[in-house]
Design a protein around this ligand. Structure first.
Ligand SMILES: [Zn+2]
Length: 195
């Protein structure tokens, strides 16, 4: 296994919708192993393949008391209820904001051997499923924020020392305090934030 470099905001791979996995061979197994190790190294709650520069439909997660991976995920909301919680992203270090997501989702997909899997999840894991599936569609969490919070997030990104406009950046995230860009104070402890 190996820790792979995290792609950061500005890298085109993060804005590119990914094709479905069709080859369940050793490369996919290695990718999933490496994604787990990379997520753990950076203490993430989830990680999607484009974040390590691989444009394919896979994510891993470790939050809400569960750990696993989903290949070719498709989620649907269980009902109309929503939840709002602090959200960040390993590809956008230093930015956190309150993001509204579906409260409960059912996710279908397959595992790395191609065996079908499905689960119904809520709380932070439901947020992770939506956040990571967004990555596979080339969508980053600031696009899910209010226009005001999104502008604030982009301001923090532009002023970050890791951000180089228009260039591919393959540095790894740094530690330090995240900047809260939402309206008002975080509703819950940001240490519990999805990232
Ligand atoms: Zn992310």
């Amino acid at each position: 296994m190996a820790v792979r470099a995290i792609r950061l905001f500005g890298d085109p791979v993060l804005r590119t919708p990914t094709p479905e996995v069709t080859d369940f061979g050793p490369d996919l197994h290695r990718l999933v192993d490496d994604m787990f190790e990379t997520m753990d190294t950076h203490h993430g709650a989830g990680l999607a393949a484009p974040q390590v520069g691989v444009s394919t439909r896979v994510f891993v997660f470790d939050c809400g008391g569960r750990r696993g991976h989903v290949v070719n995920p498709v989620w649907t909301a269980v009902d109309d209820e929503t939840q709002t919680g602090p959200e960040g992203c390993l590809s956008i270090p230093g930015v956190q904001a309150a993001c509204t997501r579906a409260a409960r989702v059912r996710v279908h997909g397959v595992d790395r051997d191609g065996a079908p899997l499905s689960m119904e999840v809520d709380g932070i894991l439901a947020r992770a499923v939506q956040h990571e599936t967004d990555h596979l569609d080339g969508v980053l969490f600031p696009q899910r924020l209010s226009p005001q919070a999104r502008r604030a997030a982009m301001r923090v990104v532009r002023e970050s020392d890791w951000f180089v406009a228009g260039e591919t950046v393959t540095d790894t995230p740094r530690g330090g305090r995240a900047v809260w860009v939402g309206d008002g104070q975080p509703a819950v402890d940001t240490a519990e934030a999805l990232r």
